[in-house]
Design a binder for this molecule. Structure first.
Ligand SMILES: NC(=O)c1ccc[n+]([C@@H]2O[C@H](COP(=O)([O-])OP(=O)(O)OC[C@H]3O[C@@H](n4cnc5c(N)ncnc54)[C@H](O)[C@@H]3O)[C@@H](O)[C@H]2O)c1
Length: 438
């Protein structure tokens, strides 16, 4: 089978590479010429463990190709995935400009049956718009070509994307009523996963679209929930990690996403919760739990800034903070909506100098916040710092040589926002410490 994946970002590139690994013939399309040229040279534009090998192997095998020429890729494909970005607009709604542009390009191009699959995260009803945009373009040129539309939301996690695509918890496929042909084609495409007994959720197109938002909003709510518990812990002198463990061992609750910290970030949770709240309001309903999760998350970030300012004895002006971790989570270079970035900005505004280090996200972060000093490693960042702030729990921050850190720093203070240290160890090493919910 021939497929085209339009939009070669995190989702598009992983999707294209993994389908080619299944033996499908894949063309990944992107309008950014430099990105496609880099991929053709074998350079992977994102940091995603394992992706480079899969891409190289399948390019060599002739199953994976990259192009800026959407028309040609669309012509040859039976299934066309839309995997472009769906960024938030000012008011929190979803900007569908890129999805519309691709849908119209498809409508201008197709002259044989295709299944058009939305993989981007899009508000409920977008697939109807995709159908309308394609149909409008076909009508404009008097073409009667038939096509199906489907929704196949993506649940992969950055940093673990390959495993998530190859061994997903489930695959969700939404199609229009009675579209057995499209379902059969989608099943054929995902056959290796069917054989692995991956659960498939076949449903109507609107439910598939909503399933993605419901899942992300629920996970974001779990994070906000435990963060709210962490505030109570700080009041009573409790331990949020013990509480999270006590909760998480209950299988009805589950252990995941119960880590207190600086709040959720990344390219998905903040925008998807905003979008869900927005389209619910458009439907005349307040998605109250999601609205509350968003508010708790915003407050949590600012609480982290207060914590750091507190560690600087309430006098941040002229002090230096060593910020460890800039990406929104470990194993990715993605800094979109990273709590680290908003914390750094808030500290800069209060007159704090920032010495920052991240194993993967330095280049992007440096472009975004040029006022901070980028350091070559974590110990370089600690030089003369008044406080060490661990924002992202990269593995290399779990075993810092505290004696060496103490020698390098102006003051032995650590604010760890991810609860990856034991208080006893820090006290024994002569550090003052601040954590979340303990
Ligand atoms: N990143 C994630 O972890 C993740 C997980 C699940 C779902 N999603 C969703 O998947 C979608 C894509 O996310 P992403 O992180 O891959 O975005 P991204 O910004 O990394 O990539 C989008 C790509 O689309 C390209 N593009 C835009 N318009 C185009 C056009 N007309 N023709 C060809 N290419 C075009 C851009 O140049 C860019 O390379 C979003 O809706 C997102 O919410 C993302």
């Amino acid at each position: 089978m021939n497929i085209a994946v339009i939009g070669t970002g995190y989702v598009g590139l992983v999707t294209g590479a993994c389908f080619s690994e299944f033996g499908v013939q894949v063309t990944c399309v992107d309008k950014q010429g430099e990105k496609i040229e880099a991929l053709e040279r074998g350079e992977i534009p994102i940091y995603e463990p394992g992706l480079d090998e899969i891409v190289a192997r399948n390019v060599r095998g002739g199953r994976l190709a990259f192009t800026t020429d959407g028309a040609d890729a669309i012509d040859r494909a039976l299934v066309i995935f839309i995997a472009v970005g769906t960024p938030p607009s000012e008011d929190g709604s979803t900007d569908l400009r890129f999805v519309e542009a691709v849908a119209r390009e498809i409508g201008q191009q197709i002259d044989s049956y295709k299944v058009i699959v939305t993989k981007s995260t899009v508000p409920v009803g977008t697939s109807d718009k995709v159908r309308a945009w394609i149909q409008e373009e076909l009508d404009r040129r008097g073409d009667k070509t038939r096509f199906s539309v489907a929704s196949n939301p993506e649940f992969l996690r950055e940093g673990a994307a390959i495993g998530d695509f190859m061994r997903p918890d489930r695959v969700v496929i939404g199609t229009e009523a009675m579209d057995d042909y499209a379902i059969a084609i989608m099943k054929d495409l995902y056959r290796p996963l069917y054989l692995n007994e991956t659960p498939f959720v076949e449903t109507d197109i609107h439910s598939a679209e909503l399933a993605k938002y419901a899942a992300n909003a629920f996970l974001a709510t779990k994070i906000s929930f435990i963060n709210e518990v962490s505030i109570l812990c700080e009041e009573i002198g409790g331990d949020v990690q013990a509480i999270a463990r006590a909760m998480g061992l209950d299988r009805r609750i589950g252990k995941k996403f119960l880590h207190a910290g600086p709040g959720f970030g990344g390219s998905c949770f903040p925008k998807d919760t905003q979008s869900a709240a927005h389209f619910a309001r458009d439907l005349g309903h307040e998605f109250s739990i999601v609205e509350a999760s968003i508010r708790v998350n915003e407050r949590q970030r600012m609480r982290m800034v207060d914590k750091i300012v507190g560690a600087l004895e309430g006098e941040p002006e002229g002090k230096t903070a060593a910020v460890l971790g800039l990406s929104f989570k470990p194993e990715t270079d993605d800094i979109r909506e990273s709590p680290a970035i908003s914390i750094v900005r808030a500290l800069l505004e209060r007159g704090v100098s920032i010495r920052a280090y991240d194993p993967a996200a330095m280049v992007e972060a440096g472009l975004l916040v040029p006022e901070m000093t980028l350091c070559k490693d974590l110990y370089d960042a600690l030089a003369d710092a008044d406080v060490m702030v661990i924002v992202t729990e990269w593995n290399e921050f779990r075993m810092i040589d505290l004696d060496r850190a103490k020698e390098l720093m102006a003051n032995s203070r650590m604010v760890y926002l991810r609860n990856i240290y034991d208080a006893e160890r820090l006290v024994a090493a002569g550090f003052q410490y601040w954590s979340v919910g303990r």
